[in-house]
Ligand binder design. Structure first.
Ligand SMILES: *Cc1c(COP(=O)(O)O)cnc(C)c1O
Length: 375
Protein backbone atom coordinates (compact mmCIF):
# COMPACT_ATOMS: atom_id res chain seq x y z
CA UNK A 1 0.00 0.00 0.00
CA UNK A 2 1.25 3.49 -0.80
CA UNK A 3 1.99 5.60 2.31
CA UNK A 4 -1.06 7.50 3.47
CA UNK A 5 -1.05 11.28 3.46
CA UNK A 6 -3.72 13.89 4.16
CA UNK A 7 -3.02 15.25 0.67
CA UNK A 8 -0.93 13.61 -2.04
CA UNK A 9 0.23 16.47 -4.22
CA UNK A 10 3.26 14.53 -5.46
CA UNK A 11 1.34 11.71 -7.17
CA UNK A 12 -1.01 14.28 -8.63
CA UNK A 13 1.94 16.23 -10.04
CA UNK A 14 3.57 13.16 -11.59
CA UNK A 15 0.46 12.58 -13.72
CA UNK A 16 0.77 16.01 -15.35
CA UNK A 17 4.53 16.38 -14.97
CA UNK A 18 5.41 16.83 -18.64
CA UNK A 19 2.86 19.55 -19.18
CA UNK A 20 3.71 21.36 -15.94
CA UNK A 21 7.47 21.17 -16.43
CA UNK A 22 7.18 22.57 -19.95
CA UNK A 23 4.97 25.43 -18.79
CA UNK A 24 7.37 26.35 -15.97
CA UNK A 25 10.39 26.25 -18.29
CA UNK A 26 8.49 28.41 -20.73
CA UNK A 27 8.02 31.11 -18.08
CA UNK A 28 11.70 30.89 -17.16
CA UNK A 29 12.73 31.33 -20.77
CA UNK A 30 10.36 34.24 -21.22
CA UNK A 31 11.70 35.74 -17.95
CA UNK A 32 8.33 37.42 -17.55
CA UNK A 33 8.10 36.42 -13.88
CA UNK A 34 5.64 39.01 -12.63
CA UNK A 35 2.38 39.79 -14.41
CA UNK A 36 2.16 39.43 -18.17
CA UNK A 37 0.27 37.14 -20.48
CA UNK A 38 0.49 33.92 -18.45
CA UNK A 39 -1.06 35.56 -15.38
CA UNK A 40 -3.70 37.39 -17.44
CA UNK A 41 -4.66 34.25 -19.36
CA UNK A 42 -5.08 32.29 -16.16
CA UNK A 43 -7.26 35.03 -14.67
CA UNK A 44 -9.49 34.98 -17.74
CA UNK A 45 -9.74 31.18 -17.77
CA UNK A 46 -10.55 31.08 -14.07
CA UNK A 47 -13.24 33.74 -14.54
CA UNK A 48 -14.80 31.68 -17.31
CA UNK A 49 -14.70 28.55 -15.16
CA UNK A 50 -16.22 30.28 -12.16
CA UNK A 51 -18.79 32.30 -14.11
CA UNK A 52 -17.49 35.59 -12.79
CA UNK A 53 -16.63 38.75 -14.73
CA UNK A 54 -13.41 39.80 -13.01
CA UNK A 55 -10.64 37.75 -11.43
CA UNK A 56 -7.86 39.64 -9.67
CA UNK A 57 -4.95 37.31 -8.89
CA UNK A 58 -3.00 38.03 -5.71
CA UNK A 59 -0.35 36.52 -3.45
CA UNK A 60 -2.51 34.31 -1.22
CA UNK A 61 -6.02 33.83 0.14
CA UNK A 62 -5.38 35.88 3.27
CA UNK A 63 -4.36 38.87 1.14
CA UNK A 64 -7.47 38.33 -1.00
CA UNK A 65 -9.63 38.81 2.10
CA UNK A 66 -7.66 41.83 3.29
CA UNK A 67 -7.71 43.54 -0.10
CA UNK A 68 -11.47 42.91 -0.32
CA UNK A 69 -12.15 44.61 3.00
CA UNK A 70 -9.91 47.52 1.98
CA UNK A 71 -11.70 47.90 -1.35
CA UNK A 72 -15.11 48.03 0.31
CA UNK A 73 -13.93 51.08 2.24
CA UNK A 74 -14.56 49.53 5.65
CA UNK A 75 -13.47 51.81 8.51
CA UNK A 76 -12.01 51.08 11.96
CA UNK A 77 -14.81 49.98 14.27
CA UNK A 78 -17.04 48.66 11.48
CA UNK A 79 -18.38 45.23 12.28
CA UNK A 80 -17.81 42.19 10.09
CA UNK A 81 -19.85 39.09 10.82
CA UNK A 82 -18.26 35.73 10.29
CA UNK A 83 -18.53 32.19 11.65
CA UNK A 84 -16.24 31.41 14.57
CA UNK A 85 -15.80 27.89 13.22
CA UNK A 86 -13.30 28.64 10.44
CA UNK A 87 -9.62 28.99 9.66
CA UNK A 88 -8.10 32.03 11.33
CA UNK A 89 -7.34 33.76 8.01
CA UNK A 90 -11.02 34.50 7.45
CA UNK A 91 -11.06 37.02 10.26
CA UNK A 92 -7.46 37.95 10.92
CA UNK A 93 -7.39 40.58 8.20
CA UNK A 94 -10.48 42.24 9.69
CA UNK A 95 -8.66 42.68 12.99
CA UNK A 96 -5.56 43.91 11.18
CA UNK A 97 -7.65 46.63 9.56
CA UNK A 98 -9.08 47.51 12.99
CA UNK A 99 -12.51 46.29 12.02
CA UNK A 100 -14.44 44.38 14.64
CA UNK A 101 -14.94 40.69 13.93
CA UNK A 102 -18.31 39.47 15.21
CA UNK A 103 -18.50 35.71 15.58
CA UNK A 104 -21.66 33.72 15.03
CA UNK A 105 -22.75 30.10 15.09
CA UNK A 106 -22.63 27.60 12.31
CA UNK A 107 -25.20 25.06 11.22
CA UNK A 108 -24.44 21.78 12.94
CA UNK A 109 -24.90 19.70 9.81
CA UNK A 110 -23.10 21.81 7.19
CA UNK A 111 -20.43 23.50 9.34
CA UNK A 112 -21.33 26.78 7.59
CA UNK A 113 -22.67 30.07 9.00
CA UNK A 114 -26.20 29.88 10.44
CA UNK A 115 -28.27 32.58 8.64
CA UNK A 116 -30.57 33.09 11.63
CA UNK A 117 -27.67 33.62 14.01
CA UNK A 118 -26.15 35.94 11.44
CA UNK A 119 -29.27 38.11 11.21
CA UNK A 120 -29.48 38.38 15.00
CA UNK A 121 -25.88 39.62 15.19
CA UNK A 122 -26.49 42.60 12.90
CA UNK A 123 -26.10 46.03 14.53
CA UNK A 124 -26.04 49.57 13.07
CA UNK A 125 -22.24 49.14 12.85
CA UNK A 126 -22.36 45.99 10.73
CA UNK A 127 -20.93 46.54 7.26
CA UNK A 128 -20.09 43.12 5.89
CA UNK A 129 -20.65 39.40 6.16
CA UNK A 130 -17.98 36.82 5.42
CA UNK A 131 -19.57 33.40 4.92
CA UNK A 132 -17.09 30.54 4.64
CA UNK A 133 -17.80 27.55 2.41
CA UNK A 134 -16.12 25.30 4.90
CA UNK A 135 -14.59 21.97 3.87
CA UNK A 136 -15.99 22.49 0.34
CA UNK A 137 -19.69 22.79 1.12
CA UNK A 138 -21.52 26.04 0.34
CA UNK A 139 -23.03 28.27 2.99
CA UNK A 140 -26.70 29.13 2.44
CA UNK A 141 -25.98 31.92 -0.02
CA UNK A 142 -29.56 32.64 -1.08
CA UNK A 143 -30.59 33.44 2.50
CA UNK A 144 -27.35 35.28 3.19
CA UNK A 145 -27.73 37.49 0.10
CA UNK A 146 -31.33 38.26 1.07
CA UNK A 147 -30.24 39.33 4.57
CA UNK A 148 -27.41 41.41 3.08
CA UNK A 149 -29.86 43.16 0.79
CA UNK A 150 -32.32 43.84 3.60
CA UNK A 151 -29.67 45.47 5.81
CA UNK A 152 -27.54 46.90 3.00
CA UNK A 153 -24.43 44.87 3.79
CA UNK A 154 -21.55 43.60 1.68
CA UNK A 155 -20.92 39.89 1.29
CA UNK A 156 -17.37 38.57 0.87
CA UNK A 157 -17.36 34.83 0.25
CA UNK A 158 -14.41 32.94 1.70
CA UNK A 159 -14.20 30.37 -1.06
CA UNK A 160 -10.68 29.14 -0.19
CA UNK A 161 -11.94 25.60 0.42
CA UNK A 162 -14.73 25.37 -2.14
CA UNK A 163 -13.51 26.31 -5.59
CA UNK A 164 -15.72 24.54 -8.14
CA UNK A 165 -18.66 24.08 -5.76
CA UNK A 166 -22.12 24.57 -7.32
CA UNK A 167 -24.84 26.42 -5.45
CA UNK A 168 -28.45 25.89 -6.56
CA UNK A 169 -30.97 28.69 -5.91
CA UNK A 170 -34.64 27.88 -5.24
CA UNK A 171 -35.55 28.92 -8.81
CA UNK A 172 -33.15 26.30 -10.13
CA UNK A 173 -30.38 28.69 -11.16
CA UNK A 174 -26.93 27.31 -10.47
CA UNK A 175 -23.90 29.46 -9.67
CA UNK A 176 -20.41 28.62 -8.54
CA UNK A 177 -19.48 29.73 -5.04
CA UNK A 178 -17.17 32.72 -5.01
CA UNK A 179 -19.23 34.41 -7.73
CA UNK A 180 -22.41 34.97 -5.71
CA UNK A 181 -21.43 37.61 -3.14
CA UNK A 182 -20.17 41.12 -3.95
CA UNK A 183 -16.68 39.68 -3.71
CA UNK A 184 -15.30 36.14 -3.54
CA UNK A 185 -11.86 35.16 -2.26
CA UNK A 186 -9.91 32.03 -2.93
CA UNK A 187 -6.55 30.48 -2.10
CA UNK A 188 -4.16 28.40 -4.19
CA UNK A 189 -2.22 27.10 -1.20
CA UNK A 190 -0.77 23.76 -2.38
CA UNK A 191 -3.23 21.58 -0.46
CA UNK A 192 -6.32 23.46 -1.64
CA UNK A 193 -8.50 21.90 -4.34
CA UNK A 194 -6.83 24.08 -6.96
CA UNK A 195 -3.36 24.20 -5.46
CA UNK A 196 -0.26 25.96 -6.75
CA UNK A 197 3.34 24.89 -6.13
CA UNK A 198 3.69 27.70 -3.64
CA UNK A 199 1.38 30.48 -2.48
CA UNK A 200 -1.32 32.14 -4.52
CA UNK A 201 -4.80 33.59 -4.30
CA UNK A 202 -7.49 35.38 -6.26
CA UNK A 203 -10.38 37.77 -5.80
CA UNK A 204 -13.63 37.49 -7.78
CA UNK A 205 -16.23 40.15 -8.51
CA UNK A 206 -18.89 40.97 -11.08
CA UNK A 207 -18.73 44.69 -10.22
CA UNK A 208 -16.60 46.72 -12.66
CA UNK A 209 -15.82 49.59 -10.27
CA UNK A 210 -14.95 47.24 -7.45
CA UNK A 211 -12.70 45.22 -9.77
CA UNK A 212 -10.77 48.36 -10.65
CA UNK A 213 -10.32 49.22 -6.98
CA UNK A 214 -9.29 45.68 -6.02
CA UNK A 215 -6.70 45.68 -8.80
CA UNK A 216 -5.32 49.03 -7.67
CA UNK A 217 -5.10 48.03 -4.01
CA UNK A 218 -3.27 44.81 -4.85
CA UNK A 219 -0.73 46.93 -6.77
CA UNK A 220 0.28 49.66 -4.30
CA UNK A 221 -2.91 51.59 -5.00
CA UNK A 222 -1.64 52.64 -8.38
CA UNK A 223 -3.92 53.83 -11.18
CA UNK A 224 -1.04 53.91 -13.61
CA UNK A 225 2.62 53.25 -13.08
CA UNK A 226 4.04 55.44 -10.29
CA UNK A 227 0.71 57.21 -9.69
CA UNK A 228 -0.69 55.97 -6.38
CA UNK A 229 -4.23 57.07 -5.61
CA UNK A 230 -5.06 54.74 -2.73
CA UNK A 231 -3.20 53.12 0.13
CA UNK A 232 -2.69 49.60 -1.09
CA UNK A 233 -0.34 46.71 -0.65
CA UNK A 234 1.86 44.50 -2.78
CA UNK A 235 0.12 41.25 -3.59
CA UNK A 236 0.90 39.40 -6.80
CA UNK A 237 0.54 35.91 -8.21
CA UNK A 238 3.83 34.72 -9.76
CA UNK A 239 3.76 33.85 -13.45
CA UNK A 240 5.23 30.41 -12.65
CA UNK A 241 2.35 29.70 -10.29
CA UNK A 242 -0.18 31.01 -12.82
CA UNK A 243 1.26 28.72 -15.50
CA UNK A 244 0.89 25.70 -13.21
CA UNK A 245 -2.58 26.72 -12.06
CA UNK A 246 -3.77 27.19 -15.63
CA UNK A 247 -2.89 23.55 -16.35
CA UNK A 248 -4.45 22.30 -13.11
CA UNK A 249 -7.61 24.33 -13.78
CA UNK A 250 -8.26 22.12 -16.83
CA UNK A 251 -8.22 19.12 -14.49
CA UNK A 252 -10.22 20.70 -11.68
CA UNK A 253 -13.55 19.04 -12.45
CA UNK A 254 -11.86 15.67 -12.74
CA UNK A 255 -10.07 16.35 -9.41
CA UNK A 256 -13.38 17.21 -7.77
CA UNK A 257 -14.93 14.01 -9.17
CA UNK A 258 -12.07 11.99 -7.65
CA UNK A 259 -12.64 13.66 -4.26
CA UNK A 260 -16.36 12.92 -4.47
CA UNK A 261 -15.67 9.30 -5.32
CA UNK A 262 -13.44 8.98 -2.26
CA UNK A 263 -16.13 10.69 -0.13
CA UNK A 264 -18.80 8.30 -1.44
CA UNK A 265 -16.60 5.38 -0.46
CA UNK A 266 -16.25 6.70 3.10
CA UNK A 267 -19.99 7.47 3.25
CA UNK A 268 -20.85 3.88 2.37
CA UNK A 269 -18.28 2.45 4.77
CA UNK A 270 -19.55 4.48 7.74
CA UNK A 271 -23.27 4.36 6.89
CA UNK A 272 -25.45 3.27 9.78
CA UNK A 273 -22.74 3.60 12.43
CA UNK A 274 -24.49 5.51 15.19
CA UNK A 275 -21.29 7.01 16.56
CA UNK A 276 -20.33 8.55 13.21
CA UNK A 277 -22.04 11.39 11.35
CA UNK A 278 -20.79 11.63 7.77
CA UNK A 279 -20.73 15.00 5.97
CA UNK A 280 -24.08 16.29 4.78
CA UNK A 281 -24.67 17.53 1.25
CA UNK A 282 -27.53 20.00 1.43
CA UNK A 283 -29.96 20.27 -1.51
CA UNK A 284 -28.66 23.73 -2.39
CA UNK A 285 -25.01 22.72 -2.53
CA UNK A 286 -22.95 19.96 -3.96
CA UNK A 287 -19.71 19.26 -2.16
CA UNK A 288 -16.15 19.53 -3.45
CA UNK A 289 -14.71 17.77 -0.39
CA UNK A 290 -11.71 19.89 0.38
CA UNK A 291 -11.99 17.98 3.64
CA UNK A 292 -13.88 14.85 4.56
CA UNK A 293 -14.89 15.60 8.12
CA UNK A 294 -16.71 13.26 10.46
CA UNK A 295 -18.51 14.13 13.66
CA UNK A 296 -17.84 11.39 16.18
CA UNK A 297 -20.30 10.96 19.03
CA UNK A 298 -19.75 9.14 22.33
CA UNK A 299 -16.15 8.63 21.28
CA UNK A 300 -12.86 9.97 22.60
CA UNK A 301 -12.11 12.02 19.49
CA UNK A 302 -8.55 12.89 20.49
CA UNK A 303 -8.01 9.25 21.39
CA UNK A 304 -9.11 8.30 17.87
CA UNK A 305 -6.75 10.90 16.42
CA UNK A 306 -3.82 9.37 18.38
CA UNK A 307 -4.85 5.79 17.63
CA UNK A 308 -4.87 6.53 13.90
CA UNK A 309 -1.47 8.23 14.15
CA UNK A 310 -0.08 5.07 15.76
CA UNK A 311 -1.40 3.08 12.79
CA UNK A 312 0.24 5.59 10.42
CA UNK A 313 -3.18 6.81 9.27
CA UNK A 314 -3.10 10.61 9.18
CA UNK A 315 -6.10 12.50 10.50
CA UNK A 316 -6.53 16.15 11.41
CA UNK A 317 -8.65 18.29 13.69
CA UNK A 318 -9.86 21.28 11.67
CA UNK A 319 -9.90 23.31 13.86
CA UNK A 320 -8.97 22.57 17.47
CA UNK A 321 -9.72 26.11 18.71
CA UNK A 322 -12.61 28.18 17.30
CA UNK A 323 -11.87 31.82 16.45
CA UNK A 324 -13.77 33.25 19.42
CA UNK A 325 -11.46 31.34 21.76
CA UNK A 326 -8.23 32.37 20.06
CA UNK A 327 -6.05 34.65 22.21
CA UNK A 328 -5.68 36.90 19.17
CA UNK A 329 -9.31 37.98 19.56
CA UNK A 330 -9.35 38.44 23.34
CA UNK A 331 -9.29 42.21 22.80
CA UNK A 332 -12.45 41.91 20.67
CA UNK A 333 -14.36 40.26 23.50
CA UNK A 334 -13.60 36.81 22.09
CA UNK A 335 -13.93 35.17 25.47
CA UNK A 336 -17.44 36.56 26.06
CA UNK A 337 -19.14 34.63 23.28
CA UNK A 338 -21.51 31.75 23.94
CA UNK A 339 -21.36 29.56 20.86
CA UNK A 340 -22.43 26.09 21.99
CA UNK A 341 -22.78 24.57 18.51
CA UNK A 342 -19.30 25.74 17.56
CA UNK A 343 -17.85 24.39 20.81
CA UNK A 344 -19.73 21.11 20.35
CA UNK A 345 -18.35 20.65 16.84
CA UNK A 346 -14.84 21.67 17.88
CA UNK A 347 -14.79 18.74 20.31
CA UNK A 348 -16.13 16.18 17.84
CA UNK A 349 -14.80 16.82 14.32
CA UNK A 350 -12.06 14.75 12.75
CA UNK A 351 -10.94 14.92 9.12
CA UNK A 352 -9.68 11.86 7.23
CA UNK A 353 -7.31 11.85 4.26
CA UNK A 354 -9.05 13.02 1.12
CA UNK A 355 -7.45 13.94 -2.18
CA UNK A 356 -7.39 13.01 -5.82
CA UNK A 357 -5.04 10.04 -5.55
CA UNK A 358 -6.62 7.82 -2.89
CA UNK A 359 -7.16 4.20 -3.89
CA UNK A 360 -9.53 1.62 -2.44
CA UNK A 361 -6.79 -0.28 -0.65
CA UNK A 362 -5.81 2.89 1.17
CA UNK A 363 -9.39 3.80 1.98
CA UNK A 364 -10.19 0.31 3.24
CA UNK A 365 -7.20 0.54 5.56
CA UNK A 366 -8.29 3.96 6.85
CA UNK A 367 -11.89 2.85 7.37
CA UNK A 368 -11.02 -0.38 9.15
CA UNK A 369 -8.74 1.46 11.56
CA UNK A 370 -11.39 4.08 12.31
CA UNK A 371 -13.99 1.37 12.92
CA UNK A 372 -11.60 -0.71 15.04
CA UNK A 373 -11.28 2.20 17.44
CA UNK A 374 -14.89 3.33 17.39
CA UNK A 375 -16.66 -0.01 17.70
C1 LIG B 1 -6.56 28.50 3.22
C2 LIG B 1 -7.62 29.38 3.73
C3 LIG B 1 -7.48 30.79 3.74
C4 LIG B 1 -6.19 31.50 3.46
O1 LIG B 1 -5.52 31.18 2.33
P1 LIG B 1 -3.92 31.38 2.25
O2 LIG B 1 -3.66 31.26 0.79
O3 LIG B 1 -3.30 30.31 3.06
O4 LIG B 1 -3.60 32.73 2.76
C5 LIG B 1 -8.56 31.55 4.13
N1 LIG B 1 -9.71 30.99 4.52
C6 LIG B 1 -9.88 29.64 4.56
C7 LIG B 1 -11.19 29.10 4.99
C8 LIG B 1 -8.83 28.80 4.18
O5 LIG B 1 -9.00 27.47 4.22
Amino acid sequence: MRTLQMVDTKTQYLKIKNEVDAAVLNVMESSQFIGGKVVNDFAINLGTYNGVKHVIPCANGTDALQISMMALGLKPGDEVITPSFTYIATVEAAALLQLKPVFVEVDKSTFCIDPEALEKAITPKTKAIIPVHLYGHAAEMEKIMAIAKKYNLFVIEDNAQAIGCDYTFTDGTIAKTGGIGHIGCTSFYPSKNLGAFGDGGAIFTNDDALAEKLKMIAAHGQSKRYYHDLVGCNSRLDAIQAAILDIKLKHLDEYIAARRKAADFYDRAFAGNEKITTPRRAVYSNHVFHQYTLIVNNTDRDGLNKYLADKVVPSMIYYPVPSHKQKMFAAFGGGDYQLPVTDWLTERVISLPIHTELDEEQQNFIVSNVLDYIN
